[in-house]
Design a protein around this ligand. Structure first.
Ligand code: CA
Length: 231
């Protein structure tokens, strides 16, 4: 799993140095050089952590953090504060930041804090995604290799997104999973698929895993609500 970080910093040199170091650690980094751009990026993609400078053009880091927290109370936020400005730290923590670093900071320290916050934040999703394989009837799904065996014994390799959607539905067996949850977990807000797109995935699942795709026993659409898997 590649963790995604939103890096908001208007000093070009500092931003590229941090980015480079995060990328060397294997993180996927999205950059923003002002608060407004950062907020738009936050709304259109999923991030596992946000690094936020306080003094920013267009919208300062405090305002941005407040707006982020109104929509997402979970994502870890690290503030980069000006040297010695203890007021800034207090203010940042009050607004829902998880940690702060005073400039100039040691990059090694930033990386350590990023790792520790991402681990803390990512724990619940890791716990949820512990299943690696699933069997129901004659069907088999391997979530690690993406290989599946259909109800007629046919083996196939599925695209990543089909596997992710299968996994989500199977992890929440017998529950209706909302379209919004599917967007958040499978598409990560990269693009907004229409209901029809998700329907097409379900049609595929029925082809692979249902004896009679017209009378599904495993994959159900609940109109206007979401989708459900039953064993
Ligand atoms: Ca700044």
């Amino acid at each position: 799993m590649v963790y995604r970080i939103l890096l908001v910093e208007d000093e070009d040199h500092l931003r590229s140095t941090i980015r480079l170091n995060l990328e060397m650690e294997g993180y996927h980094v999205t950059e923003a050089h002002d608060g407004k751009i950062a907020f738009n990026q936050f709304r259109t993609a999923h991030f596992d952590l946000i690094i936020l400078d306080v003094m920013l053009p267009e919208m300062d880091g405090y305002t941005l953090c407040q707006k982020i927290r109104l929509e997402n109370t979970q994502v870890p936020v690290i503030f980069l504060t000006a040297k010695g400005a203890s007021d800034e730290r207090v203010q940042g923590l009050k607004l829902g930041a998880d940690d702060y670093l005073s400039k100039p900071f040691n990059l090694e320290e930033l990386l350590l804090r990023v790792t520790s916050l991402i681990r803390r934040g990512g724990k619940s999703s890791e716990e949820r995604s512990e299943i690696n394989t699933c069997r129901f009837g004659k069907c088999e799904i391997n979530f690690l290799t993406f290989d599946v065996i259909g109800t007629d014994g046919t083996k196939r390799s599925l695209p990543k997104r089909e596997i992710q959607l299968l996994k989500l539905l199977i992890e929440r067996k017998n529950e209706v999973v909302s379209r919004e949850d599917i967007l958040k977990n499978v598409w990560e807000y990269d693009v907004y698929p229409s209901t029809r797109t998700i329907d097409n995935y379900i049609v595929n699942f029925r082809k692979y895993f249902e004896k009679n795709p017209r009378e599904p026993k495993h994959f159900f659409s609940v109109r206007g609500v979401g989708y459900k898997f039953s064993e």
